[in-house]
Design a protein around this ligand. Structure first.
Ligand code: PLP
Length: 379
């Protein structure tokens, strides 16, 4: 089945009760047993729920993976994965990581004696330097948030395999339409499905996709034992969002391209971060591992100070100033004070995240209206 067909049908089981075409919302906590222990595979909705099952199979199908697991948020999925580690284990991650993942690593899991190294992964050698006999996991995001750096998944998968380390890719920014890390050799995919996968800014939800059966069973155990599972309504909304994922991603990418070039040509803009530019450091890798360059564009005004950036956000009329991304509407975020405020100013500086940087999540509106709005806001 091709990707565009999978968004509609992938992994879906027609509901056996009445053959309803859409997955029903099984708004129930428990299931009748005909005799103690005799049931149809569903006993309690923390453990399994038919609406969630269809969602889990759908996301696994999109990523071309064997197993999918849904969680109540992207961070709940991350939390479950980190719970497979033991005290003394080490994780290598990127310096420009999603702020919430960084906070979870540093303030929660570090306390349980799991050690985290944050390195610049544009050069793979930096990672090799940090590998020890205790390294269990390499955790990456690509494109990174908000600097839009690209990490070479295939090369990293080779390195991690050689050292018997698991490679996890947070695929939130690309979505499986643009990039499928398991096909490139990664072991684990994490999603904040809140973003592009659900796509309508109306649900908080997360997912993990893997091929390894043993790890799946362990994660499935943690999913039930820790209990951060999504409800049936949120699972349904995500399934409904997925049906247009391919159409939305195509438009997000087209609009973002036009906006990236508009910003690049604007004399009041200093620097634009978008992996589609041929002079982007890792443009060639982006071209190789992604179908297109996605819907996120970050930029710095020429007058690179917080005041100028703030003025632009205040002038915007069509773009909404808000955290999050990946919805049908265009958003503008100021990472230093919003999504990445939990990262210290020193660590932010290391990754180039200056206080004047703005991140745009380009929606699927008419691109001319979006450009007009940016034009008047930049002045
Ligand atoms: C939003 C986000 C997360 C966290 O997901 P939630 O659904 O908000 O818990 C993780 N990684 C990236 C890249 C994100 O953008």
């Amino acid at each position: 089945m091709k990707f565009n067909t999978k968004t509609i049908h992938g992994g879906q089981i027609l509901d056996p009760a009445y053959n309803s075409v859409m997955t029903p919302i099984y708004q129930t906590s428990t299931y009748a047993q005909s005799s103690p222990g005799k049931h149809k595979g569903y006993t309690y909705s923390r453990t399994h729920n038919p609406t969630r099952t269809n969602l889990e199979n759908s996301i696994a199908s999109l990523e071309n993976g064997k197993y999918g697991l849904a969680f109540s948020s992207g961070l709940a999925a991350t939390d479950a994965l980190l719970k497979t580690l033991n005290p003394g284990d080490e994780v290598i991650s990127t310096i420009d990581l999603y702020g919430g993942s960084y906070r979870l690593f540093k303030t929660i899991f570090q306390k349980y004696d799991i050690k985290f190294h944050f390195v610049n992964m544009e050069d793979i050698k930096n990672i090799e330097d940090k590998i020890t006999k205790n390294t269990r996991l390499i955790w990456i995001e690509t494109p990174t948030n908000p600097m839009m750096n690209i990490i070479d998944i295939k090369s990293l998968a080779k390195l991690s395999k050689k050292n018997k380390i698991l490679l996890c890719v947070d695929n939130t920014f690309a979505s499986p339409y643009l990039q499928r890390p398991l096909e490139l050799g990664a072991d684990i995919i994490i999603h904040s499905a809140t973003k592009y996968i659900a796509g309508h800014s109306d649900v908080i939800i997360g997912a993990i996709v893997i091929n390894n059966k043993r790890l799946y069973e362990r994660l499935s155990f943690i999913q039930n034992a820790s209990g951060a599972t999504p409800g049936p309504m949120d699972s349904f909304l995500t399934l409904r969002g997925i049906k247009t994922l391919h159409l939305r991603m195509q438009r997000h990418s087209e609009n973002a391209k036009k906006i990236a070039y508009f910003l690049k040509r604007n004399p009041k803009i200093g620097k634009v971060y978008w992996p589609g530019f041929s002079d982007h450091t890792n443009h060639k890798i982006a071209k190789k591992q992604m179908k297109d360059f996605g819907g996120i564009v970050s930029f710095i005004p020429k007058q690179s100070n917080f005041k100028t950036a703030k003025k632009i956000t205040e002038n915007l009329k069509l773009f909404t100033v808000a955290v999050s991304l990946g919805g049908v509407e265009s958003l503008c975020c100021h990472p230093a004070s919003m999504t990445h405020a939990s990262i210290s100013p020193e660590d932010r500086k290391k990754s180039g995240l200056v206080d004047s940087l703005l991140r745009l999540s380009i929606g699927i509106e008419d691109v001319d209206d979006l450009i007009d709005d940016l034009k008047q806001a930049i002045g």
